[in-house]
Write a protein that binds this ligand. Structure first.
Ligand code: MN
Length: 502
């Protein structure tokens, strides 16, 4: 079973009647073979379903309408085996709502040097047929990913696989619900935003609740249920000796288990995909949910602290995209710097809520006071993160559009920090802390991010493309002068784009 095997993309091939029945039969056979190869590729986490070759405007319009109306179809992979006059595609592309990938491939990889003749030339027309398709997409300002290369090559299949992950996250977000317990942390700007715009452009909606709504669920959890869950904690995590023997600590864990069970029930009954909390509003709760949030994130829920519904939604999309991949993803915050000029780094963490999917090894379950909020001492998982490549992504409302900002980072080793009672990760941003942070600050990048060791910038760029939002990348190539101009030009682009694209 594929990691996202409940979803499918449709493989559609463009052609025309001009070539006659024999050629079209061949086109159909070749397309079937390519669709099957993609379907069985381990680099593509969804099903790839072959659809009969398209030769008329009516058939193209019909397949686009069917794709729109098929819930588990998350996009079209379109290939022009031969020339397919692109005016035939206008009506279909006009109504197509699902994501589109323009696959520019050719059935035969190599030119058969000794035998090439006009029959071969007439069958293998991608090189110009694909350009005709490219023109109509460009003319109609269709947002789509273009993948070029032979269909049997793994690197090519991987690009398609990455896009299908983004398309799955997009589909999951459509009609998706985020529960927001309490409101925004007072006076914080970046966690605010236009929820109507978010629903229009990203698909999810935010449901606000008072803490009493959640407390009602938590108070219904029985002691027995909580006892059972505490047993699970002791099986899954390292708990320091004596913790469970101490009555106050046991009480803390029981209370955390009740929070987890109540929160989980609330989210399941309401079919929520993510949630937010805020330590400024914990009325009726004994402590800020820590362990509970960590465990729910590990199960695939999106989360944002301090009322940050945008990051909760972004993390949910990240969790859909990383399904079945190694590395994990978490809610994250740029917390503290190590500013040694020879070796500058960022310490990423949060008050409690870091997802154990990114943990290097077993997590320690610990109970410590929280130096803010004035509530009982919360339980939390404490761990380190293994070295390797990672990305930090943030979603901001820029007033007239959403901006998805991404920085590539290297997770690095750090000195032991025995007194730090939270999960932590140390990274060096690309291209350097100085340039990356200047660029991030210039772009209005949030302090909350979705951090992923499983995904790359390509996943997020594909997602932004599908959503039609701005994507800005900070990587090895970033140059501050060009970056500042890119932001200015993007401002202009998003300001006027609706007016000129007709
Ligand atoms: Mn925070």
């Amino acid at each position: 079973m594929k990691a996202l095997g409940n979803y499918e993309v449709w493989f559609v091939t463009g052609s025309q009647h001009l070539y006659g029945a024999e050629t079209l039969k061949q086109v159909n056979q070749n397309s079937t073979q390519i669709a099957q190869a993609l379907d069985s590729s381990t680099s593509i986490p969804v099903k790839v379903v072959f659809k009969p070759v398209l030769t008329t405007p009516e058939a193209i319009t019909q397949i686009c309408a069917e794709a729109n109306n098929t819930a588990n179809c998350i996009g079209l992979v379109a290939w022009m085996h031969t020339f397919s006059p692109a005016k035939m595609w206008i009506q279909g592309l006009k109504i197509l709502y699902k994501p589109l990938l323009d696959f520019h491939t050719q059935f035969g990889r190599d030119i058969p040097w000794a035998n090439i003749d006009m029959d071969f030339m007439n069958l293998n027309q991608t090189a110009h047929g694909g350009r005709e398709f490219g023109f109509i997409n460009a003319r109609m300002r269709m947002e789509r990913k273009v993948v070029v290369g032979h269909w049997a090559v793994d690197a090519v299949q991987k690009q398609i696989g990455t896009w299908t992950r983004a398309a799955a996250a997009w589909q999951d977000a459509q009609g998706g619900k985020i529960a927001r317990f309490g409101d925004n942390m007072r006076n914080v700007a970046v966690t605010e935003g236009d929820k109507v715009g978010a629903q229009m452009h990203l698909g999810f909606s935010v449901y606000g609740y008072g803490m009493g709504d959640l407390v009602a669920y938590i108070s219904k959890v029985t002691d027995q249920e909580a006892e059972q869950l505490v047993k699970v904690y002791s099986q899954e995590y390292s708990i320091a000796t004596g913790v469970l023997e101490n009555a106050a600590n046991k009480n803390t864990l029981m209370s955390e288990a009740k929070i987890e069970l109540g929160l989980r029930r609330f989210l399941e009954e309401g079919n929520f995909k993510g949630f937010t909390t805020t330590f400024e509003d914990l009325h009726g709760l004994p402590q800020l949910p820590g362990l509970a949030v960590q465990r729910l994130m590990a199960d695939g829920y999106g989360f944002g602290a301090e009322g940050d519904w945008k990051t909760a939604a972004l993390l949910r999309m990240t969790k859909v995209m990383d399904k079945g991949l190694e590395g994990g993803s978490s809610f994250m915050e740029d917390y503290t710097y190590h500013l040694d000029p020879a070796n500058p780094k960022v310490l990423g963490s949060h008050m409690l809520e870091i997802c154990p999917s990114i943990a290097r090894s077993n997590s320690n379950l610990e109970i410590h006071p929280l130096s803010i909020g004035g509530k009982a001492d919360p339980a939390r998982l404490v761990f380190d993160v293994a070295q390797g490549k990672a990305v930090n992504a943030a979603l901001m409302d820029m007033g007239n559009r959403y901006r998805l900002l991404l920085n590539k980072v290297d997770v690095v080793a750090c000195e032991p920090m025995p007194k730090l009672p939270v999960a932590r990760v140390m990274w060096e941003p690309k291209p350097s802390l100085e340039v990356a942070t200047s660029a991030w600050i210039m772009a209005g990048g949030a302090h909350h991010t979705a951090f992923s060791k499983a995904l790359t910038e390509e996943h997020f760029e594909d997602l932004a493309l599908i959503a039609g939002i701005e994507f800005v990348l900070i990587d090895e190539q970033t140059n501050i002068h060009q970056f500042r101009n890119e932001l200015r030009w993007n401002d202009l682009y998003f300001h006027i784009s609706k007016g000129i694209f007709a």
